[in-house]
Design a protein around this ligand. Structure first.
Ligand SMILES: [Zn+2]
Length: 140
């Protein structure tokens, strides 16, 4: 069993973490962008939002929606430094090392991979206008 298997087994026992899943928009986004780009985004988010010793707004720096990586972060406990400590035993109040950042990215990509193995999610039934994709996605 790899260390990631162990982690994902623990995550599977957390009802809170299990609530997170890719919706159709995020699923399609991953399909369209491909792994290389999604990995780049994950690398940037970790670096910009979590890597500092005292990240800005720590505990609230990861939106609940708007990008598949954000959802993956909540699902895997890589969303803030408190969760990184709790789930990954990475100490708070010191900058993340390059290795720790790379590890968080691997965890995120592993989760996204698992999600992409599932059948494509069905679009929510609420009425969505054709152009009403999440504007944040276009910015990235
Ligand atoms: Zn968190």
């Amino acid at each position: 069993m790899t260390p990631l298997d162990d982690l994902f087994q623990r995550l599977s026992r957390s009802p809170f973490r299990q609530r997170f899943a890719l919706g159709k928009i995020e699923y399609d986004y991953c399909l369209n962008k491909g792994e290389v780009q999604v990995r780049e985004h994950a690398t940037d988010f970790i670096k910009q939002r979590l890597a500092a010793a005292e990240p800005t707004n720590d505990g609230k720096q990861t939106p609940m929606r708007g990008h598949p990586v954000f959802i993956a972060q909540h699902a895997t406990g890589t969303c803030c430094r408190g969760c990184l400590r709790k789930w990954h035993a990475i100490p708070q109040h010191q900058a993340l090392t390059t290795e720790q950042q790379a590890y968080a990215v691997e965890v995120i990509l592993h989760w996204i991979h698992q999600q992409m193995q599932k059948p494509a999610p069905v679009a929510k039934t609420r009425k969505v206008k054709k152009q009403d994709t999440n504007p944040q996605l276009d910015l990235l």
